[in-house]
Design a protein around this ligand. Sequence first.
Ligand SMILES: Cc1cc2nc3c(=O)[nH]c(=O)nc-3n(C[C@H](O)[C@H](O)[C@H](O)COP(=O)(O)OP(=O)(O)OC[C@H]3O[C@@H](n4cnc5c(N)ncnc54)[C@H](O)[C@@H]3O)c2cc1C
Length: 268
Amino acid sequence: MTIIVLIKQVPDMEKVRFDREKGRIDRSSAGTEINPFDLNALEAALQIGENTGAKVVALSMGPPQAEEALREAIARGADEGILLSDMKFGGSDVKATSGILSAAIKKIGDYDLVIAGIQTVDGDTGQVGPEVAGLLNIPHISSVEEIRSYSEESIDVVCSVWEGLYLKRGRYPLLMTVTKDVNVPRLPSFKNKMKARKAEITKWSAEDLKDFTDETKMGAKGSPTKVKKIEVPSQSQREGKTFKNDDSTAISEMINVLKSQKVLKQEV
Ligand SMILES: Cc1cc2nc3c(=O)[nH]c(=O)nc-3n(C[C@H](O)[C@H](O)[C@H](O)COP(=O)(O)OP(=O)(O)OC[C@H]3O[C@@H](n4cnc5c(N)ncnc54)[C@H](O)[C@@H]3O)c2cc1C
């Protein structure tokens, strides 16, 4: 059994700055890390792998430095890492990204389960998982927050959709996206850190994927999304006020303030 985990390297969003003039993230302003939800995806794969003997493959599309994220995945327990990196992939929107990832999964060929995070902390569309499943023509289960049981043929999970919780069984091949509630990711172990340092990371370029996709579907050329404008929302000014009178006076004073600010209608 083979499990593929989709791993995206993202900027540390606590530290990253936004370039207001260019209207984009200044990626040089902060370090990088594995997208936090992808650590949950990896942990889910590792737990299933430990109980079924499945091989866990970490797959990432990104610039050459995304190799670090794959080494970290191996340090946490993944068996191998594959990096999809090529100038031709630059400028890919969600559609092109999903196309490149699904082409690589087709090239891997022999897989049972694909696990992705529910969303990233930078792009945050939550569309890549379901789009990859669509392009692979396999079923998917989104927003998995509990894994109940699994075998070598299928998996039983609880997923949350709006207010509801659904118990679902999926037969492989299957893609699922996981939330932070699904598990607590393990830390890298010393032994695996040593393994990660020496591990050979497989690198595939556009040329390596040519039997499964073509260059018109990659990068800016293959990206129908056109960004017209990016704006950083202006920071709202907040003002605090303490009402120190007895309760009923304080409440009526507060209502008057809310009416004057047009938060409450005048007749309230
Ligand atoms: C016009 C346009 C141009 C862009 N150009 C660039 C660019 O040049 N460089 C750039 O970095 N971004 C670029 N982006 C952003 C890029 O399209 C998104 O980061 C990418 O499509 C993933 O979308 P997301 O972050 O919303 O992922 P989500 O859909 O929120 O991610 C869900 C899950 O999918 C998996 N996943 C997502 N992305 C990857 C990945 N790359 N590798 C492995 N697994 C992944 C992860 O498991 C993740 O948790 C561009 C976007 C647009 C619209």
